[in-house]
Structure formats: structure tokens, C-alpha cells
Design a binder for this molecule. Structure first.
Ligand code: DGJ
Length: 656
């Protein structure tokens, strides 16, 4: 009876891998009753494959569970057929194991727990037993051998301490069980007498908050690292085309480890125990970590939306459009959906991300297409920036460092437009940040432009500009700062003319201004621009932002929001017979939006999915304190016979 103690504590974050293990292999308990019974002290009788399939677990006890079978995704150890039981003979395996009953031990359920931490043993609050003598006892019949024991504690109360004795020896003393976490403690022990004995207690316990708790017990045979084991592992853990079903990162690690294990088996390299152990554990670990890709076949407005690598999509304040782009592998032109938006991975400030898709449900990450810049010097020291900004003068680089500064610049609402004449992709965005005279994040109030020859960049910043100003014969709502440009969008008309639509005059008035043929600046410089021909002002004083302009059946529609920071407000849309024409207020298109918050979202783009003829409203549900977790609200738009727009909320929907 010797214990080799190695206490580990960690927060369980990767339970999915373990569940996958059981999903990949059949639950081993099904035919357990047919097995030959070993005598106490007899050697381990399971085959390598059986052990592998059970992940070496002889017991996988879900403490205090009253279920008589294992839930989906949970699996029994080789010696058990029920999740938990009082000490006695297992009904299926006929092994003797279980918890020792006592008058103070009570089951408890944790609504915050998951899987095997939903139920746990705890001590009755009203027990008259002296607290420091309360204990949780488990005994397990096992063959002679070395075992890894894992004890799980989900603690919804204050930090408490725990001691563990195994085989009569203290193996864990005064370990802290942290609050609101799954704490796992593990150690290795040898068993020579046919029974593994565990005692969980707190000798310093003074009150109820100090009493022992226990959510799960796992007892695993320490593997014997032999060639046979590695060979069985390669056979049991071979997955065809893992990259199709699993994320690129997890399938790459798995494939590499499988390859290395096969190399060893084919006689390459050392086949000493340590090499076998390394290859085996790497294969086993990466097999468990294979992570299935999310596949969507519907929209789930407001839910976390993951890309094809399972990472939440970062494309806020964005735009979706269909583009003919070169295929990344073949270079041939293919039609794809392209989504560009703000990268809020690190919060408020970030660059611009892009994603591509064939079906609008599943999005492949295409990277940060326009990066922000940590410092002026980074433009000259980083290979990436040196290449992107090759040929820029020192003064131009100063401008890049100012407009894309990672600590100061604000880059919002990026929108992409393809310029056929120049075969160039042009990215416009709300380029803001403090100025020499103001520390406000929205002092610059400019429109920024960046260009690239390829849809997914890298985009190089060209400039940021103030735009058109209120003509002298009209009432400027904010004369103290001319030509402001904040929330913006782009629109290309049927004749190829492109426009920028943006909030100006301190967000009090929307403007629509014509772009030049390159789409990189205004058609006419503000000093010479002619009102009605080069630009128009819309709804002076109405305070509208988040514009989204589109053309349907010869009518132009302009969706907008009010201006309330990150908080949602009531939408309003307008219609017109031409872009620079008369726009008529049509009110709020939302139906059943009782809180008048556009279903807790703010518009950013409206586009047509041509195959199903579905117009899609794209909005952002901003979470001001956790901007990176802000959600996307995509909803189908219904057009009435008279052309009026209606948007209703649906929590899940599909294209027809
Ligand atoms: C509302 C705008 O629409 C957003 O893009 C962002 O600028 C927030 N205001 C900041 O409060």
C-alpha cells in the first residue's frame, strides 16, 4: 500500500474532449457482466483495446447521482454499471464498491454544475456530528496495480479546505477548494490488497462551510507503455479525414501525433518506454481534444455565432455581400459571401476582420484584413507592415500610425466595395479618435479609406478625411466642426456610381456624398461640391446613424437608428426614388418590438440573398461592457405589396 502523491489542481475547461472519447468509442460497460472475474490481487485482465476504450477508467463515479444509468456523453468505468451506489456488489460487474452510508451524508444538486458536477455529496446542514469528524468514504475493488485517482469538487460556497487519505495514508492535506469552480485533485497510488480506500474530510472543519464535499471520483489504471498498447491506440484512434469533421487546429495536432506514433510502430526512432509513453500520451491527448466543427443550417439571431473553427465571429458593425473572388486554393474565380466587420477580440479598439461563406450560415475566418498599429516604429520594424506600406513616405507613415493607432484610434463600421475599373478592393470605415485639441474618442470624426488588390487584404491605409459641409444657404446643425463623418455605409447604384452615407454635423444630420471613379475619395472636393449633385443632407437635426441603404424594385430604402451610444433604440427607415432625391420618412419597420429597440439591435447592413429572394436585416446587439461578445441580429424582411418594410423577430430561421 504505497501512494505516490502528485496533487494537481486545475479548472476544467476541456471536458468536451473527454466526452468525445466516449463518443468515438462504444461505451464499454455494455458487456461487462460477461467478463471473467479476477480474484483480489490478480493481475489486470482487460485488453489494451478495452482499457483504451474506457480511457483506462475502472470507476467513473458521478457522486450522489440517483440515476441508474449513465447520461449521454458520460460513460461507466470497466468495473461499474451504475453512476453511484452504496458500498456493495455492483449489479452488473459484481465488483464491490461504493460510498459508505452515514446519517449526515446527503446528496445535493448544483444548478451551475455540468455533467458529473451537477450532483455531489455534502454534509447535512443540521448534523449534530462534530464537523471536523465528518467524512466521505469510498471503497473500490480493484486488481493489484498502480492507479491514478481523480477527485472532483464543484464548490458553490466559500473557499474550503480538503484532506484526502488513500489506503490509510494522507495524500492531500489542506488543499483549497475554490468557489464556483470545478476543482480536480489527483494522485497516483498503488494497491496491493484488492481494495482502494478513500477518505475525504477536513480535520480543521469548524462549521458547515468547512464540511467535505465530493462531486466525482475517477479511478484509472496507470497504463503500461508497451508497443502493444501503442498499436492498439493507433488502431482505436484512427479517424478518416479528420479535417472534414474537426477544427483545423485540433485535427492538425491529432494527425501529427498519429503520424509520429505510426513511425515508431514502423521501427523508426527509439522504442524505449519513454518514447512509447510520449507518443501514446500525445496521441491520446490530441485524440481527446479533437473538436467537432459547428455546422449551422439556420440563423440564430442573438446567439453566439461561431466560425468554422468554432471561434465566435468578430465582424461587428459589418457588411455582407456576394463577391466573385479568387479561390484560395485554385485561384479560379468563385462566388462567395464576404462579411467584413470590426474585430473586437480585444475590446473597443481593433482592426477589421473578414469571413467567407457559401451558404450565409457557416463562415470561414479570412483573417484581419486591415490591422491596427501598435506604434509608429512598428511600421518600420514589422515585416508585415514593411511590406504593406512599402513606398510610403515618412509623412504618410505618420498618418497611418495616427489613424490606425492601436491605443488611440477608433475603427468602426468597415464597408467594402469592389472597383472594377482598377480591379481594386476599397475599404471605407469610420476613422475616429482623439485629436490635438480633444481627448474624445470621437473627435477626429473622419471617414477612412484603405485599398487592396485582394478581397482579404492586407489593406493599406490611404487616408482619413472630413467630407462635405453644409451649404451656406442651409442651417448647419453643428457649425463649430465642419465636414464630420461618423457611422457610415456605402452603396453602389445600378449605373456604377458609388456613394458614402454617413452621420455628420455631430450626428445630427445624415449626408449622402458621391464617390469618385476609384471609390477612394469624394467625386468632387468639398470646397467645390455642388449640393444636390455631389451630395445631400438628410433630416437635419433628426439625429440618425447606423445607415444601411439598398435598392429594391426601383425604390431606394435607407434604414437608420437613433444615436444612443451602444444602447439600442428605435429604427426608422426612409424611401426615395433616387439616391440624391427626396427621402420620405416611413417610420419604424419593426413589428412586435414592444421595447422600441429594433429587437435590441442597431442596423449595419441590409442585403438580398438572391436564390431564396430573401432580404436580410443585419444588426448589432452591442454589449457595452463586453464588446467582443456583442451579438448579431439577422432577420428576414417582409415587403408588403405597397413596398413597405416589416421586420419581426424570430429566434431561429432558414432561407427558403
Ligand atoms: C453608436 C455607433 O453606431 C457605433 O458604431 C459606435 O460608434 C457607438 N455609437 C459608440 O458609442
Amino acid at each position: 500500500m504505497r501512494n505516490r502523491v502528485c496533487v494537481k489542481r486545475f479548472l476544467i475547461v476541456a471536458a468536451a474532449g473527454l466526452l468525445l472519447f466516449s463518443a468515438g468509442c462504444k461505451t464499454p460497460s455494455s458487456n461487462i457482466a460477461d467478463r471473467k472475474e479476477p480474484e483480489p490481487g490478480e493481475k489486470i485482465e482487460w485488453s489494451e483495446r478495452e482499457l483504451l476504450m474506457a480511457d483506462f477508467l475502472l470507476y467513473n463515479v458521478d457522486c450522489a447521482s440517483s440515476a441508474d444509468s449513465f447520461a449521454d456523453g458520460e460513460w461507466a468505468g470497466l468495473c461499474q454499471t451504475v453512476p453511484d451506489m452504496p458500498y456493495g456488489e455492483d449489479p452488473g460487474s459484481h465488483k464491490t464498491w461504493g460510498y459508505r452510508k452515514s446519517d449526515y451524508l446527503v446528496p445535493e444538486t448544483d444548478s451551475l454544475g455540468k455533467g458529473n458536477t451537477v450532483t455531489k455529496w455534502t454534509v447535512d446542514r443540521d448534523t449534530e456530528t462534530e464537523i471536523k469528524t465528518t467524512e466521505i468514504l469510498y471503497d473500490f475493488e480493484v486488481p493489484e496495480g498502480t492507479y491514478n485517482v481523480y477527485l472532483g469538487f464543484y464548490n458553490p460556497f466559500s473557499v474550503r479546505k480538503v484532506d484526502v487519505d488513500c489506503e490509510g495514508n494522507n495524500v492531500i492535506a489542506g488543499e483549497k477548494i475554490l468557489r464556483y469552480q470545478t476543482n480536480e485533485l489527483s494522485f497516483e497510488t498503488e494497491v496491493t490488497d484488492g481494495e482502494l480506500n478513500l477518505k475525504i474530510y477536513n480535520p480543521e472543519g469548524r462549521n458547515f462551510m468547512d464540511t467535505p464535499i465530493l462531486s466525482y471520483v475517477k479511478i484509472a489504471i496507470t497504463p503500461e507503455y508497451t508497443i502493444e498498447l501503442l498499436s492498439a491506440a493507433v488502431e482505436a484512434m484512427t479517424v478518416e479525414n479528420p479535417e472534414v469533421r474537426y477544427t483545423a487546429e485540433s485535427s492538425k495536432a491529432y494527425s501529427e501525433n498519429l503520424e509520429k506514433a505510426k513511425e515508431l510502430l514502423s521501427g523508426k526512432g527509439s522504442n524505449g518506454t519513454n518514447s512509447i509513453k510520449l507518443k501514446f500520451e500525445n496521441l491520446r491527448g490530441s485524440f481527446k481534444m479533437l473538436t467537432e466543427k459547428y455546422r449551422y443550417d439556420s440563423f440564430h439571431p442573438g446567439a453566439v455565432w461561431r466560425d468554422t473553427e468554432n471561434t465566435p465571429i468578430q465582424a461587428h458593425g459589418g457588411q455582407v455581400q456576394q463577391l466573385e473572388i479568387p479561390d484560395s486554393k485554385t485561384g479560379k474565380l468563385v462566388t462567395k459571401w464576404v462579411w467584413v466587420g470590426e474585430d473586437k477580440t480585444n475590446g473597443y479598439r481593433g482592426g477589421v476582420c473578414a469571413y467567407s461563406s457559401d451558404d450565409l450560415y457557416n463562415w470561414q475566418y479570412e483573417g484581419i484584413i486591415m490591422r491596427n498599429v501598435a506604434s509608429r516604429s512598428a511600421l518600420e520594424t514589422s515585416d508585415y507592415f514593411r511590406e504593406v506600406y512599402a513606398g510610403y513616405s515618412s509623412e504618410e507613415l505618420d498618418n497611418v500610425a495616427l489613424a490606425l493607432n492601436a491605443d488611440r484610434a477608433v475603427i468602426e463600421r468597415p464597408k467594402l466595395i469592389y472597383n472594377e475599373k482598377n480591379k481594386q478592393y476599397v475599404l471605407w470605415f469610420h476613422a475616429d479618435g482623439p485629436t490635438e485639441t480633444s481627448d474624445s474618442n470621437y473627435a477626429a470624426a473622419c471617414a477612412g479609406v484603405a485599398v487592396s488588390d485582394s478581397p482579404f487584404g492586407p489593406y493599406r491605409f490611404v487616408g482619413r478625411y472630413r467630407l462635405n459641409t453644409c451649404p451656406a444657404d442651409q442651417e448647419d446643425k453643428y457649425p463649430q466642426s465642419k465636414g464630420m463623418a461618423r457611422d457610415m455605409n456605402l452603396f453602389k447604384d445600378t449605373d456604377g456610381t458609388a456613394y458614402i452615407i454617413y452621420s455628420s454635423e455631430e450626428n445630427l444630420t445624415l449626408y449622402i456624398s458621391k464617390l469618385n471613379d476609384d471609390f477612394t475619395y469624394l467625386a468632387t472636393d468639398p470646397a467645390k461640391a455642388v449640393y444636390g449633385k455631389d451630395f445631400i443632407r438628410l433630416f437635419p437635426g433628426a439625429q440618425r446613424e447606423a445607415p444601411a441603404l439598398f435598392l429594391k424594385d426601383g425604390k431606394y430604402y435607407l434604414m437608420t437608428s437613433g444615436c444612443t451610444g451602444w444602447a439600442p433604440n428605435q429604427a426608422r427607415y426612409y424611401v426615395s426614388d433616387s439616391v440624391l432625391g427626396e427621402w420620405v420618412n416611413k417610420g419604424d419597420p419593426c413589428i412586435g418590438d414592444d421595447s422600441h429597440t429594433t429587437f435590441e439591435s442597431q442596423s449595419t447592413c441590409i442585403f438580398l440573398e438572391p436564390e431564396s429572394n430573401t432580404w436580410i436585416y443585419m444588426g448589432d446587439r452591442w454589449f457595452a461592457d463586453t464588446l467582443n461578445d456583442s451579438r448579431y441580429i439577422w432577420l428576414p424582411i417582409v415587403f408588403k405589396e405597397n413596398g413597405d418594410m416589416e421586420i419581426s423577430f424570430v429566434s431561429e430561421w432558414k432561407l427558403r
